[in-house]
Design a protein around this ligand. Structure first.
Ligand code: DGL
Length: 265
């Protein structure tokens, strides 16, 4: 069995390209339709109602492209809106929270896990709930890091400012003796090096983007929805604001030039 329909991925903006990057590597024959809601980013400071309303519209857009699976790449939308999206749409919808939580629980040796994310993701408690579902033994420590997203979008992923900001946000994790840290935001994998320096080399970083890519592969495989063609998959990118900034910042996320970006209303 083979299903040539594309996978739909949406995010509040450019950050979800960290998920595209992992999907391209793990599922190279799949076509991808990506929607970045660049006109309404950030989601991380918005209410559940607003993020859910935007997310429903985003999935409706992807559905119009006949996608076989929707991946909510945005941690904030996954935290606040995934359950609602699953009730609204027939197509399978997966988010980044449960795979990231499972990856962390499977990796921790001392049962002390840290979670970082946007203010909305952290105050939703979504990662805590997902971890608790798997294990009651784990102690969880959380920290919102709102300045990380603008730092990444400016390309300031190394250097003194990134190091200082990371130190201020993450020093507490040393006191808490975590051995595993969930990068609970699309942008944070871009800051892996400075985050690693701030928390120490022994702390394992869990990239929710990599974890959701594995879940997508397993789900498509189990449901007979993989694209078994030998052809390399293609990507189409859509944004809700002018594409220039998305192309520039997105190029850094994917480490290549992005073409074929279309603005929609
Ligand atoms: N994509 C968002 C997330 O992963 C970060 C950017 C935003 O605040 O919209 O939570």
């Amino acid at each position: 069995m083979s299903d040539s329909r594309p996978i739909g991925i949406f995010d509040s903006g450019v950050g979800g390209l960290t998920v595209v990057d992992k999907i391209e590597k793990l599922l190279p024959h799949e076509d991808i339709i990506y929607f970045g809601d660049t006109a309404r980013v950030p989601y991380g400071t918005k209410s559940k109602e607003t993020v859910t309303k935007f997310s429903v519209e985003n999935v409706e857009f992807l559905m119009a492209h006949d996608v076989k699976l929707v991946i909510v790449a945005c941690n904030t939308a996954s935290s606040l809106s995934l359950d609602f999206l699953r009730r609204c749409f027939k197509v399978p919808v997966i988010g980044v929270i449960a795979p990231g939580a499972a990856g962390a629980v499977n990796s921790t040796r001392n049962n002390r896990i840290g979670v970082i994310g946007t203010s909305a993701t952290i105050s939703s408690g979504a990662y805590e709930k997902a971890i608790r579902k798997i294990s009651r033994k784990v102690k969880i420590f959380t920290q919102s890091c709102p300045l990380f997203v603008p730092l990444v979008e400016e390309g300031w992923t190394g250097g003194e400012i990134a190091r200082k900001v990371s130190g201020i946000y993450l020093n507490g994790f040393k006191v808490n003796r975590i051995d595993t840290l969930i990068l609970g935001c699309t942008h944070y994998p871009m800051l892996k090096d400075v985050i690693k320096k701030a928390v120490g080399p022994d702390v394992l970083l869990i990239d929710s983007a990599a974890e959701v890519a594995k879940e997508a592969r397993d789900l498509l495989d189990a449901s007979g929805l993989l694209n078994n063609s030998r052809r390399k998959g293609g990507q189409k990118f859509f944004v809700s604001d002018e594409p220039g900034r998305f192309i520039k910042t997105g190029g850094r996320f994917l480490r290549r030039r992005i073409s074929c970006v279309k603005r929609i209303t």
